[in-house]
Write a protein that binds this ligand. Structure first.
Ligand SMILES: [Zn+2]
Ligand SMILES: [Zn+2]
Length: 471
């Protein structure tokens, strides 16, 4: 079985490439991309190994190195290629060559087939025989097609190329072809067929399967998502029944894991959705490959340590994370008076302000949660001495708002794929104030020392040791 190879581009890189490579004069142009690497030995859904490349930086080819070019070809000196190889080797990354086909053909030409093996040979001679070279064609229509050279005689096609940012765009063979299932006919009438097809090939992760997470889980299959990973270590408790979609009294009595209850509800739909369940904390090693395999993640967890991990993950792995929260604050009177009733959705991606800078994550609580998980005795001792914040009273939760926040997050995802809100429709952080009947778009100041969102050094870094540079 061949491996599954894909490429993810940061939207800002794609915009830059389009500016540089697509010119009025209709002649071919080229540039190099330095790409972070992700390796998943066995994809949880199909068992194949998966290699993913992530755009990290662009290296232009200077004009003086161009030997000749027309609308059909381009040749250049390899000086900048050697510079790209050197940089990639130093960072443990891979070089991608990207060139334009102004004529509009989203296929490799005979000339490409002749030229590229020489570059592969040069790359392997310089950086070692396991070095791979990616090659991507960009057409004037904005179509992308690519391949990954394993050696000068052999390449694997890129099964998926996506760009992520304010808009999420997918390029894969057969997009827009084929007959969609009648199940999604009415949705296609609103949003077109491509959205359903796009969602059907994605792997979507759901971290936290409580009130909000269960609502996301019930709706994903109805939008056309077919591969879902569920992450939650908890079992169903009586106090969950007011908002956990699909959970029953019997689940409480039998202490069934939340992931199992949700998997059962999705299976009952009978439309062939593949669910992978992980009854574990998202940072546990057993979750790692599944998390890395996900193209989109919904973060519905209420633990700060889990959020902290996903906050880094989005930027290192160029995987959009939609993080949700509900904050209900009430007075101590009886009946209580609502002081705040806020639903929040934050999108985590390069160029977006992270959860630390937005002060959504409390690093002290995250630290205490980690202590509790890893050294429960020490945690109890410090708790007795009041050195840790400990758990407060349970926070208020109402099914109307947990479900609505889930819908806000799904809406944000659908917009980024389909664009129904128009040009300026992507919202980095949306807060719905239910008691005030208002929606707010919230900006945020980036902490200039934030290691996650104030610098692009980790954006598209991919696999590093230790995972996410966490110490
Ligand atoms: Zn070409
Ligand atoms: Zn930040």
């Amino acid at each position: 079985m061949t491996s599954y190879v894909s490429l993810t581009l940061q939207e800002r890189h794609l915009h830059k490439l389009k500016d540089r490579l697509l010119h009025q004069d209709g002649r071919e142009r080229a540039a190099y991309l330095i790409c972070g690497e992700v390796f998943i030995p066995s994809d949880p859904w199909n068992g194949r190994s998966h290699r993913q490349y992530l755009s990290f930086d662009i290296l232009p080819i200077p004009e003086e190195e161009i030997v000749s070019r027309s609308s059909q070809h381009i040749t250049w000196k390899t000086d900048s290629f050697v510079r790209a190889l050197k940089l990639a080797q130093a960072k443990g990354m891979t070089v991608a060559l990207i060139h334009s086909h102004p004529g509009g053909f989203a296929t490799f030409s005979d000339q490409d087939d002749i030229n590229e093996p020489d570059l592969v040979e040069l790359a392997q001679n310089r950086n070692g025989e396991t070095t791979r070279l990616l090659s991507v064609v960009l057409t004037s229509e904005g179509d992308l097609v690519g391949r990954c050279w394993v050696n000068p005689e052999e390449y694997e096609p890129l099964a998926l190329i996506c760009s992520i940012g304010n808009r999420i765009q997918l390029h894969y063979p057969g997009r827009g072809e084929g007959v969609p299932s009648p199940v999604f006919h009415r949705q296609s009438l609103a949003f077109g067929k491509a959205l359903t097809q796009d969602l059907s090939i994605l792997r979507v992760g759901l971290v936290g399967c409580g009130g909000t997470g269960s609502a996301v889980a019930m709706l994903l299959p109805k939008l056309g998502v077919r591969q879902i990973a569920l992450f939650d270590k908890d079992v169903v408790e009586e106090s969950n029944l007011n908002r956990l979609h699909g959970a029953t009294w019997a689940d409480v009595q039998e202490q069934r894991p939340k992931v199992e209850v949700i998997e059962r509800s999705i299976a009952a739909l009978g439309i062939g959705i593949q669910v992978k369940s992980y009854q574990a904390w998202i940072g546990d090693p057993e979750c790692r490959d599944a998390l890395k395999s996900c193209d989109i993640v919904f973060s519905c967890t209420d633990d700060h340590a889990g959020r902290l991990l996903l906050n880094r993950f989005a930027y290192y792995y160029l995987t959009p994370v939609f993080d949700m929260g509900l904050a209900i604050e009430v007075s101590s009177s009886d009946p209580p008076e609502i002081q705040a009733l806020d639903g929040r959705v934050t999108t985590l991606l390069p160029e977006c302000t992270c959860l630390l800078c937005r002060e959504v994550i409390n690093p002290v609580i995250a630290r205490d949660e980690t202590l509790k998980r890893e050294q429960p005795d020490e945690y109890e001792r410090r708790k007795a001495e009041a050195y840790v914040l400990g758990e407060g009273n349970p926070s208020p939760a109402v099914v109307l708002f947990t479900t609505d926040v889930a819908i806000m997050a799904l809406e944000e995802m659908v917009h980024r794929f389909q664009g129904f809100r128009g040009e300026e429709g992507a919202v980095a952080q949306r807060v719905r104030k239910y008691h005030l009947l208002t929606d707010r778009r919230q900006g945020a100041r980036v902490n200039e020392y934030c290691p996650v969102c104030s610098t692009d050094e980790c954006w598209g870094r991919g696999d590093v040791e230790p995972f996410l540079d966490q110490v």
